[in-house]
Each structure stands twice: as C-alpha cells, then as structure tokens.
Design a protein around this ligand. Structure first.
Ligand code: DX5
Ligand code: ZN
Length: 220
C-alpha cells in the first residue's frame, strides 16, 4: 500500500482555511486537530468548524481528537462528516466500545497514544481499530522536533499488525518532515501527518508529493 500523506491544518492559516484546504488536493486526507485545552494545553476548533471543513475539503477528513471524554464526543465528529475519527487511549473509558460505535456509524476508528503511553495493551485488540496513531511529539502543538525514541514503538506495532493479519493502518504524527519520514517509513508507519513541513513549504502540493516519494522509497 502506498504511503498516505495527511497534512495537518494546525499549521494552516485559519482565516484562509478554504484556500489552505484547496492547496492540499494532492493529499490523501486532511488531518484536523481538535484540542479542548483540557486534554492538551491548547485550544483549536470544534464541531461546527469540522462540519464546514467537511463540506469544502477536496480530500476526506482524518480527525485527531485531543479532548477529554472521547466516549461522549467522538461519535459527534463522525456525524459532522469525518471519514476517520481518532481518539486518545488516555481519554476514553471504553476504547473498544467507542471504536465499534464509530465503525457502526460508517467511519474509520483510530486509537492514539501519547509518547509515554505503552502500545502493548492495544496489540491484542488490533482488529478493533482501523488505525493506531503513535504520537512522536507531546500532543498540543505543531513544529516540535521528532522524538527518535518512538521508532522501536513503531516497529513493534508494525510487527504485531503483520503477525495478527489485521488491516490496521499505522499513523505517525509529530515532527514528520523530509529528514525524518524515511526512518519512520522504514520502521513501519504507512500514514504520515505533517503540519509545519507541508504548510511551511513554498510549494505545498510539491511538498506533499516529495514526502510521499521519500516514504514510498523507504519502505522495507
Ligand atoms: C500535535 C498535532 C499534530 C501537529 C503536527 O499535537 O497532533 O497533528 O499538527 O505538527 P508538525 O507536523 O509540525 O509536527
Ligand atoms: Zn494530530
């Protein structure tokens, strides 16, 4: 499967969001970071804006919820038009029940892990999730540097996916750029979120294609 490149609009210009969405038509999904200033110390956007983004985006929505009480809120993001909804393991009471509810609503269900959270409890449940998101920065802000120590966690997750035969995608978010994406792809990720790398580029579409080529060229 070719690498998927999901630009994060956290690094877009929120006053020119429709323009900045149109600029990523070459991407696979648009990554939408929802932050509540409780689960993470930052505040972004919520349901009404996600609903509008879904109406104008040239690509489907990959919503990353960095919010408390995901059990209550995640299904609302499915209803708002997301194609994929990822909630944090640390912010849900019943991740399997929530993933099943999301899938029953016709969206892909992802589970995310902070850098210090262990992936092992998820590895026996891979069939229940369409995606595992390994955070490679502390969630909350764009433009941070990639945590190299996460590469073994990505490798272990890829190995478990292969052994289980599950079709779960493995996403990496945080510090993905030209100088890191090859190592991350080699470790086994197949979905790449990039905020500052994409929106900081002079040629946004060209950067998406460059990142995809670098990832595809690095797959073992
Ligand atoms: C951080 C967000 C990321 C962020 C990544 O909490 O989840 O999606 O936009 O930004 P970069 O690619 O700049 O590290
Ligand atoms: Zn994110």
């Amino acid at each position: 499967m070719p690498a998927l490149i999901n630009p994060s609009i956290l690094s877009a210009d929120f006053v020119n969001l429709q323009r900045d969405l149109a600029a990523i038509a070459a991407a696979d999904f648009v990554h939408v970071d929802v932050m509540d200033n409780h689960f993470v110390p930052n505040l972004t956007l919520g349901l009404p804006i996600v609903h509008r983004i879904a109406q104008v985006s040239p690509v489907p929505l990959d919503v990353h919820l960095m919010i408390d009480d995901a059990d209550r809120w995640a299904p609302e993001y499915a209803a708002a038009g997301a194609a994929s909804v990822t909630f944090h393991a640390e912010a849900t009471q019943a991740p399997v029940r929530l993933a099943r509810e999301l899938r029953a609503n016709g969206v892909r269900a992802g589970i995310a892990l902070r850098p210090a959270s262990s992936v092992e409890p998820v590895l026996d449940l891979l069939d229940e999730f369409d995606m595992v998101l390994v955070m490679t920065v502390e969630p909350g802000f764009g433009g941070q540097s990639f945590i190299e120590g996460m590469l073994p966690k990505i490798r272990r997750t890829r190995q478990a996916i292969e052994e289980s035969g599950a079709s779960t995608w493995l996403q990496v978010d945080g510090g993905v750029a030209r100088d890191t994406i090859g190592r991350i792809a080699q470790a086994g990720a197949n979905v790449f979120v990039a905020g500052s790398a994409v929106y900081g580029a002079a040629d946004i579409g060209g950067e998406i294609n460059a990142l995809r080529l670098l990832a595809d060229g690095s797959v073992a």
